[in-house]
Write a protein that binds this ligand. Structure first.
Ligand SMILES: [Fe+2]
Length: 364
């Protein structure tokens, strides 16, 4: 699809009212009270994750998608949505831990954003149909990046805050719209390249095309490619914008990566760029201390978050892995911090700090 065609498509879509009227909220199924991570769910998710990477690699080798691959994508998304609705925290766990994987590729970035976006959709009370629409958009939104030269995005990766002239911290732009020069121009074209890969598939709806095109737009107009504002940006694109920003900040492929709770704070600080309703759903689903992340307690023990407590975000459920002397515990100790008030979280830590392999964390 050429840019001129896309703009035409955008105008005609606007005439037809591209934004769906707000649907009645469907309450997501209540997560069961549990202290242990369901092993089957985790295994299935790791399998789904590998399958997603495989499909993305296949897409990267195609000029445009064929009908068989399109059907494979739809089946895959439907399966992932079903299992995420059943056990939402597990997919966040997989996304967060793969975000910390040292050999992260663009396909891993896409998978992480895809899983985070579905979780945000669940937090917004989306129906299964809408979750599939959102998931399809999130899975395809960056396929145009798969064939771009490596390292193109590095020039745009900035620390969430930088020290200004007078030692004061100043915010930097997260949407990269200020990028100039040839590399910046190529990077800002990638939503169009994503759409070009879908040209042969008639079933891709206008909603999905629009949301793929708008994934880097921000509600204050600071995004790209068009710099549109507020409700002009499709809700799926607004969700992907938050998931993508969080994933970029926490990704270990990024210089100066940020711990999950710091990335969350950054997004809250950038509330002018994001829809407050979606930030709220994101915090509820992903939490300040996401499932799967590591923390140090005030008694120096190291633990992994295994479940959140919705009304006490700072007091999740944990499993202690290392004692206060750094010795690995043979018998895992689970604690609900809401009930053990004498213990509290001192700080978030990275797997590297305690010498844990990421794949090891997934098994815990
Ligand atoms: Fe993108």
């Amino acid at each position: 699809m050429r840019e001129s065609d896309l703009i035409r498509h955008k105008k005609s879509s606007k005439d037809k009212q591209i934004f769906e009227p707000p649907e009645q909220k469907v309450e997501p199924p209540q997560k069961e009270e549990k202290l242990e991570i369901p092993a089957i769910g985790m295994e299935q998710f790791v399998e789904f994750y590998s399958k997603g990477i495989e499909i993305l690699h296949k897409i990267s080798e195609m000029e445009s998608l064929d009908a068989t691959t399109w059907q494979e994508i739809l089946d895959f998304i439907s399966e992932v949505v079903d299992i995420t609705v059943e056990i939402p925290g597990v997919s966040v766990d997989v996304a967060i831990n793969h975000s910390g994987h040292p050999s992260l590729t663009r396909a891993h970035n896409i998978m992480d954003v895809f899983l985070l976006a579905i979780n945000i959709g669940i937090g917004l009370g989306y129906s299964k149909d809408k979750l599939i629409g959102l998931g399809t958009t999130a899975f395809l939104h960056d396929i145009g990046m798969l064939n771009l030269p490596e390292g193109l995005e590095d020039r745009d990766e900035k620390s969430p805050t930088r020290t200004g002239k007078f030692g004061r911290k100043r915010q930097t732009d997260l949407s990269s719209e200020k990028s100039t020069g040839e590399q910046g121009l190529v990077l800002r074209q990638h939503p169009i390249y994503s759409l070009q890969k879908l040209e042969g598939i008639d079933e891709v709806t206008d909603d999905i095309k629009m949301a793929i095109y708008q994934g880097h737009e921000r509600i204050d107009g600071s995004g790209y490619p068009e710099g549109v504002k507020g409700k002009e940006i499709h809700e799926y694109a607004q969700i992907i914008g938050i998931a993508d920003t969080y994933q970029t900040l926490t990704s270990s492929s990024r210089a100066g990566k940020t711990l999950p709770h710091e990335a969350m704070k950054t997004i809250i600080n950038y509330r002018k760029q994001f829809n407050p309703k979606i930030i709220k759903a994101f915090i509820n689903q992903v939490s300040i201390y996401p499932i799967g992340s590591l923390i140090q307690l005030n008694n120096s023990e190291i633990a992994k978050i295994i479940d959140t407590n919705k009304n006490s975000p700072l007091r999740p459920k944990i499993v202690v892995l290392f004692d206060r002397n750094g010795k690995r515990l043979k018998d895992k100790k689970t604690i609900d911090l809401r009930k053990e008030l004498i213990v509290h979280i001192k700080k978030s830590i990275t797997p590297d700090e305690v010498g844990i392999d990421v794949s090891d964390i997934l098994k815990i």
